[in-house]
Design a binder for this molecule. Structure first.
Ligand SMILES: *[C@@H]1O[C@H](CO)[C@@H](O)[C@H](O)[C@H]1NC(C)=O
Ligand SMILES: *[C@@H]1O[C@H](CO)[C@@H](O)[C@H](O)[C@H]1NC(C)=O
Length: 218
């Protein structure tokens, strides 16, 4: 009887052990698989995210860092033509937000200056081949001046000009035209941006304040 009792108790023990062992194994296995799968998914997601951030180009950001208008006036007006006398200086920042890709200008970066949608000047900001390193901003300076640059203002534009001239503040647009390549890619991307400025005339003794303007990159 004592043998039977022993065997019963040892059977119980083995059952308990098996059950416990089995359950633990089962649990561990599932647990391991879930943890394993989660780790793999997390690692893959991280790798894919990093690759996307690193190699899918983000377009450069453009801003006007500084601008000063020393002169803007009608130079000549008659029934057939309008002309402006101007002297403007601008500093345009091009920000490369990519982590490891250089932004290279594959064409000259030009800025068109517009009043009421009509262009009165074009200035070069950067030459083809200029590079903006990753996570950096390059600021390009340019000055344009003329005594008489013809401009197609039209009567509405002329009315706007006279009104703004009276108010002492001019609404100008700077339109950037260029082309960039995000190395190591070889694809060329057009760089089009519009910056809307409101400028008062500056004199050497009283420079007008300028607050940085972010441009719309198209
Ligand atoms: C009108 O302006 C244009 C361009 O500035 C000039 O060539 C032309 O002689 C002017 N006409 C008159 C009548 O002043
Ligand atoms: C334009 O304005 C600046 C600042 O007032 C002046 O130094 C420069 O000589 C002007 N340029 C022309 C061509 O008038």
């Amino acid at each position: 009887m004592s043998d039977g009792g022993d065997s019963v108790s040892s059977d119980d023990c083995i059952d308990d052990c098996l059950e416990a062992c089995c359950c633990d194994c089962f649990w561990d296995d599932i647990c391991f698989r879930i943890v394993c799968a989660l780790v793999i998914v997390a690692v893959l997601a991280t790798v894919v995210t990093l690759l996307v951030i690193a190699f899918v180009p983000r377009p450069v950001g453009v801003s006007v860092e500084d601008a000063a208008l020393a002169r803007l006036a009608l130079a000549d007006k008659n029934a057939t033509a309008t002309a402006l006398a101007y002297n403007i200086s601008i500093a345009v920042g091009v920000h490369n937000e990519n982590w490891i890709m250089r932004a290279k200008h594959t064409a000259r970066l030009d800025a068109d200056l517009l009043f009421a949608g009509a262009r009165f000047a074009r200035v070069g900001l950067a030459t083809a081949g200029a590079v903006v390193r990753p996570r950096r901003r390059e600021v390009y300076h340019a000055t344009a001046a003329a005594d008489s640059a013809s401009v197609a203002l039209g009567s509405a534009g002329m009315a706007d000009f006279l009104k703004q001239s009276e108010a002492g503040k001019f609404q100008l647009e700077v339109k950037l035209v260029g082309e960039v390549m995000y190395r190591p890619h070889h694809k060329k991307h057009r760089l089009d941006a519009i910056c809307r400025l409101e400028l008062a005339l500056s004199t050497a003794t009283s420079p007008a304040l300028f607050k940085k303007v972010k441009c719309d990159v198209q």
